[in-house]
Design a protein around this ligand. Structure first.
Ligand code: ME8
Length: 532
């Protein structure tokens, strides 16, 4: 059994998710779906980061107890993932007693081992990022991603001896080139590790903040939210003794945004090393989605595209597709309603949707809606069959490196190849020639089988639409990875004509040169795409 453990960040539940959160979760979900389709035993974990000052403050502003506030928003996230077809196996909550037990146990062990000590601390603290910051990180007196400048804090804190693990971390990163991907983020961390990183404050006095997991030996302090949150990667596996931990942890891949690179390297690698947990296998670091204003999309800035509204407007599958195609994983990129509409129009409706609808229409018109059996394959069919045979391995290898957009680009090139094949083989001409009936059968069968391959190859990205496509193709076979050519559609079975993707009705996106002009696409009542 080949296991794969995939995690997303556990999100701060102080509001509803925006598209930046969806970006990480959709990538992780797509990787999970591809690997599952290819027969791996996958566990996908996402969750809610419910403790800490940020949540406590947001709850207070809302006149609500932190527990009730976090509970309500955790549910909002769970509902959002359901709507966005993100299907985790576990939704971990840091307020769950089982998680708190793991945190307490880890703290106690580290304290006994001398890895934790008490000291007075003074420094600049970013409430937005929930961590102490250094002067070097500040631009114009604040972190670029924060609205407020950091505040000066002086208080007794428990510290974790993070600095003592620095040499080991540096060696690990040097010896494991693919531990952090893309490579620029590994270099960034290697640079950080050249200089002292200091020890990590892992507690807060209850006099200032009581919304957290108590420090087991000192009720005057609660656990720092990051120390608590990072352990949510092992608590759902039943760490330390659970079988799931033994099975899944050795294959762990964390999907995160670049804003939390430091916590997932310096903090988390240090913590796992001190606890005797093997380091994760890979950290997949995304860039940032930028709002139309060119700034990082964030809840605090309110410049995000609402993923649920976008799913309603364009369909959840088109949204997932646009997210992974538009911004290459690892890089920053702007995403707006306009670019989603453009992807839906061009790639999905014009290329894939058109291939499907004209193929289905021709089978209806020329063969009464019944799938014909193929005859002799010419060079054109042989090229298509050969490409269909090699695509699953190509796609899987790219997905394994979290190059999901690139993987899907290959499949869309195959769609282009099929569209070119329609044009060159001109079934409408063959249909006029009684002597070309066998050739027409072969062409139509090749197109249907090609579409079946596409439905399999894109199902992890667009599960609903690809299910719909398989049903239009009359494919009774359960979707499978690597289905050999000729086993997808069944000669003699009936297809249904249908339209897979509808263009957004409101705008002609070819007119949009300025993607920041969101109002152009969101005003009016867009047509809903066909139901999934
Ligand atoms: O940091 N573009 O939670 P968080 C791309 N609770 N991704 C974005 C993004 C954007 N504009 N904005 C957010 C936390 N993200 C901690 C994590 S994990 C043990 C604890 C994504 O709610 C990105 O993956 O602030 C980022 O790392 C994550 O959301 C942070 O979400």
């Amino acid at each position: 059994m080949t296991y794969r453990y995939i995690t997303t960040p556990i999100y701060y539940v102080n509001d509803r998710p925006h598209l930046g959160h969806a970006y990480a979760s959709v990538h992780a979900d797509i990787m999970a779906r591809y690997l599952r389709a290819a027969g791996r035993q996958v566990m996908l974990v996402t969750g809610a980061d419910e403790h800490g000052e940020k949540i406590a403050k947001a709850a207070m502003r809302n006149n609500e107890a932190p527990a009730a506030f976090a509970e309500r928003h955790a549910r909002t996230f769970q509902d959002a993932w359901r709507r966005l077809a993100v299907e985790p196996d576990v939704f971990v909550r840091t307020t769950a007693p089982a998680h708190a037990r793991v945190v307490s146990d880890c703290l106690a062990r580290l304290y006994e081992a001398g890895e934790i000590y008490l000291a007075e601390y003074e420094g600049l603290y970013s409430v937005g990022q929930e961590r102490f910051v250094t002067d070097k990180e500040l631009v114009d007196g604040k972190l670029p991603e924060d609205r407020e400048p950091p505040v000066l804090r002086r208080e007794p804190n428990y510290f974790f001896r993070m600095e003592s693990h620095r040499a080991w971390m540096r060696d690990l990163l040097r010896d494991t080139p693919d531990l952090i991907q893309p490579a620029q983020y590994r270099n960034e961390v290697l640079n950080l590790l050249e200089a002292p990183i200091g020890d990590l404050s892992i507690s807060r006095p209850v006099s200032r903040l009581d919304w957290g997991i108590p420090i087991p030996w000192d009720k005057g302090h609660v656990t720092y939210v990051w120390f608590d949150a990072l352990l949510s990667y092992v608590s759902p596996l039943g760490y330390p003794d659970g079988q799931a931990f033994a099975d899944y942890w050795p294959s762990a891949r964390h999907v995160i945004g670049k804003d939390i690179l430091r916590t997932h390297t310096l903090f988390w690698l240090g913590m796992t090393h001190a606890l005797g947990i093997a380091p994760y296998r890979r950290l997949h670091v995304s860039g940032h989605l930028l709002g139309a204003d060119g700034r990082k999309m964030s809840k605090s800035l309110g410049n995000g595209v609402d993923p649920l509204e976008a799913a309603d407007t364009y369909g959840v599958d088109a949204l997932r597709y646009a997210l992974i195609r538009e911004v290459s994983f690892g890089l920053d990129g702007i995403i707006s309603n306009a670019v989603i509409a453009q992807r839906l129009t061009r790639d999905l409706a014009d290329d894939l949707g058109n291939l499907a609808s004209r193929t289905l229409a021709m089978v209806t018109k020329y063969r009464g809606g019944t799938i014909p059996a193929p005859h002799r394959h010419d060079a054109a069919e042989q090229a298509i069959v050969a490409r269909a045979a090699e695509l699953p391995a190509i796609v899987l290898a790219l997905v394994d490196d979290m190059k999901v957009g690139r993987a899907v680009e290959h499949v869309m090139e195959f769609v282009t190849q099929l569209n070119g094949y329609v044009a060159r083989s001109a079934p409408w001409t063959l249909a006029k020639d009684a002597g070309a009936a066998a050739r027409l059968d072969t062409v139509l069968h090749t197109l249907l089988e090609g579409l079946y391959s596409v439905s399999n190859l894109l199902a992890p990205v667009m599960p609903g639409k690809m299910r719909e496509l398989r049903s239009l193709l009359g494919a009774v076979v359960a979707p499978g990875w690597d289905v050999p050519w000729g086993r997808g559609v069944t000669p003699g079975a009936a297809i249904s004509a249908g339209i897979l993707f509808r263009k957004p009705a409101v705008v002609d996106v070819s007119d949009i040169s300025d993607v920041s002009d969101i109002s152009a696409v969101t005003s009016g009542t867009p047509a809903r795409p066909a139901a999934a």
